[in-house]
Design a protein around this ligand. Structure first.
Ligand code: HAM
Length: 431
């Protein structure tokens, strides 16, 4: 038999148990905040019909042109895509189930997304987004509320080192006027454009502003700004949103070059960025996408949302030294096998009834080797359900951690009172 050891797919990571606590902390903290604003969970499948994304995200975007995992279902010929983002999928679902008829929706989601990008620190081919979409609300108050909510999430996660960039993409007619001005401007500077920019000149000139090419920076810095093409309504929308964000004490900068990589946005766009993660410092992006619901076949309704990259937020937590620790168990039960193991298992059940996390040593072993496992488990208490103890109707309990002070050393407890006593000891610790 060959002894081939397999590796995971490039750019797709395992989340190992050692990282579980930090993942759970980030999700629970963020969802705890989202719930305080009335958001409810939605789950959509990982696969969608490819058109959901080509229509939603836009044909001339990096995601659709280069990064989607698309394939033909060999069973029926359907064109399917592993979701590169979730906003289009959520809108597809909301339209399909008529969730916006006479209603608004505040929805959140968490799950894997797939983009065939060049993997590097903070950029993966499978990554996770925790995002939210507020549907059927015109804003700009809801846009501002979303930003205030995100500031609260960063605060509760203890990641202070993030700053906010805001921009507006205005309304369609304003974008069209700006687009024509951009094309004229770039046409007059053809010699400075790189291949990517030339290709985009007539399809998506806005994205040229997003270039990372150092030789084009002066050119894009001096390019016509959408801000100068805004009509009164768009200006007022931006002003109102800015004034609420400022009133909430949130610092931001207006970045006129912030255009985002997806085509569905209008008015507000934003990103939260940190300097602590190198090149992939954007931990969260979002904005308003009023055209999208109709583009995906629904009755016209506005929407605004965001998604944060879980891997990046978690990396930032680590950079900030904010790594929560959680022991695997509260109590570890040792025994002598045979009937003592059965009694140990039943005692563990009684403790679990009271909410205690308990591990029973899984098989035989010397008490010394079992103690090593008990120590390694991080438990506060070891419980000895040995032959001698059980013969006298007791177990003994030993504190393994500083702080588990109720049993300073080793104490003997009646078997039928042990579960209560230990649960009580642990609740003192929690206070
Ligand atoms: P996005 O800017 O494409 O927006 O992605 C949002 C966040 O996902 C990014 O800021 C980043 O933190 C994370 N992310 C993106 N690509 C990768 C990758 N390859 N590896 C690791 N993390 C990544 C959207 O996806 C929109 N759907 C957000 C939105 C929701 N807009 C409105 N509603």
């Amino acid at each position: 038999m060959s002894k081939e050891k397999f590796a995971g797919v490039k750019g797709m990571n395992d989340m190992l148990p050692a990282d579980a606590t930090i993942w759970q902390t980030v999700q629970q903290t963020a969802v705890g905040v989202l719930e305080r604003y009335g958001y409810q969970e939605i789950r959509t499948p990982i696969l969608e019909n490819t058109k959901v994304f080509t229509r939603g995200v836009g044909e001339v975007t990096d995601i659709v042109e280069k990064e989607m995992y698309s394939f033909t279902d060999s069973m029926n010929g359907d064109q399917l895509t592993l979701r590169p983002e979730c906003t289009s999928a959520v809108v597809r679902s909301v339209n399909e189930h008529n969730l916006l008829y006479g209603a608004t929706q505040r929805l959140w989601y968490m799950g894997p997304m797939f983009r065939h990008e060049r993997p590097q620190r903070g950029r993966y081919r499978q990554f996770h987004q925790l995002g939210a979409e507020a549907l059927g609300m015109e804003g700009p108050e809801i846009d501002a509320e979303m930003i205030i909510m995100l500031a609260r999430i960063w605060k509760e996660l203890g990641v202070g080192d993030v700053h906010l960039e805001l921009n507006t993409l205005g309304a369609l007619t304003e974008r069209q006027a700006h687009r024509e001005a951009l094309i004229r401007y770039f046409e007059g500077n053809q010699d400075i454009l790189d291949e990517d920019a030339k290709r985009r000149l007539y399809t998506n000139p806005l994205r040229i502003l997003d270039t990372k090419n150092p030789e084009m920076q002066d050119l894009v810095n001096a390019a016509p700004r959408l801000l100068d093409f805004l009509g009164d309504d768009s200006r007022q929308f931006l002003d109102r949103m800015e004034s609420i964000v400022s009133a909430a004490g949130i610092n931001y900068v207006i970045n006129p070059r912030l255009v985002r990589g997806l085509d569905y946005y209008n008015h507000t766009v934003f990103e939260w960025i940190t300097d602590k993660l190198g090149a992939q410092g954007t931990i969260c992006g979002g904005g308003r996408y009023d055209p999208l619901i109709e583009m995906l076949g629904g009755r016209p309704a506005p929407g605004v949302g965001f998604a944060m990259g879980m891997e990046r937020v978690i990396e930032l937590m680590r950079e900030c030294g904010n790594v929560p620790q959680k022991a695997q168990t509260d109590v570890y039960v040792l025994h002598h096998g045979g009937e003592t193991q059965v009694k140990a298992m039943l005692l563990a059940e009684a403790m679990r009834d009271l909410g205690v996390r308990v591990m029973v040593h899984p098989n035989k072993g010397s008490i010394k080797s079992q103690m090593k496992k008990a120590d390694a488990s991080g438990a506060c208490f070891a419980v000895f359900a040995t032959e001698d103890e059980l013969a006298s109707g007791t177990v003994s309990v030993k504190a393994l951690r500083e702080g588990a002070t109720v049993y300073a050393e080793q104490t003997t407890v009646a078997l039928d009172q042990a579960a209560d006593a230990i649960a009580k000891a642990l609740s003192f610790r929690a206070e």
